[in-house]
Write a protein that binds this ligand. Structure first.
Ligand SMILES: Cc1cc2nc3c(=O)[nH]c(=O)nc-3n(C[C@H](O)[C@H](O)[C@H](O)COP(=O)(O)O)c2cc1C
Length: 173
């Protein structure tokens, strides 16, 4: 039940305190991300830990001015490594599995942050090239999510979810 409470407590936080979280919490969150499943256990993704204000400002620009990213003391950038997955899985690895690997790792990071009482937000609206350039990403890596991380200055209310009856299908469509 505690796990379900953690799932329910995670919110997309748009306002952060400046003080950096305890370094051990950041390490625990990264450790949790690495526990995520991945196709063929290839872990076809990378994570960049950004604390430099100039890099954060460049990420805000890349994300069309989403300024709250720079408020967070730490910003994680998850990138898929399509080539790594394609070595084993070809096009499916390049186009799907590497994105799923990175997504799962980012989701694990978000949930472990929630478990530690920290706020995050999944930021997906950005210019891929501008994000890659902000963090000097090697050619071939594809940014999947920018995740600001820190103590929430404000926790939003839980937004409504669609009804299970709209989403869940018994047996077949
Ligand atoms: C693929 C994806 C892209 C998203 N992109 C953004 C974004 O660019 N900016 C933002 O503020 N929130 C973004 N979000 C967060 C959603 O708006 C948020 O998860 C949703 O409103 C539900 O709120 P909750 O996360 O608090 O449950 C994104 C979420 C997902 C899964």
């Amino acid at each position: 039940m505690e796990f379900l409470k953690t799932l329910d407590s995670r919110r997309c936080v748009h306002s952060y305190r400046r003080a950096p979280p305890d370094e051990r919490k950041i390490q625990a969150i990264l450790d949790a991300a690495l526990l995520a499943p991945s196709a063929g256990d290839l872990q076809a993704y990378r994570v960049v830990v950004v604390e430099n204000p100039e890099t954060k400002a460049a990420l805000v620009d890349a994300a069309h001015g989403q300024h709250f990213i720079a408020e967070a003391p730490v910003v994680l950038v998850f990138l898929a490594d399509p080539e790594r997955s394609s070595t084993k899985y070809g096009e499916r690895g390049r186009l799907l599995f590497s994105l799923q690997d990175a997504t799962l790792a980012a989701a694990y990071a978000q949930l472990s942050a929630a478990d530690l009482g920290l706020g995050t937000c999944w930021v997906g609206a950005f210019d891929d090239g501008a994000v890659a350039s902000a963090i000097n990403a090697p050619i071939g890596l594809r940014p999947i999510a920018i995740i600001p991380l820190g103590e929430a200055a404000e926790w939003p209310d839980r937004p409504p979810r669609r009804l299970a009856s709209e989403l869940v299908v018994g047996e077949r469509f």
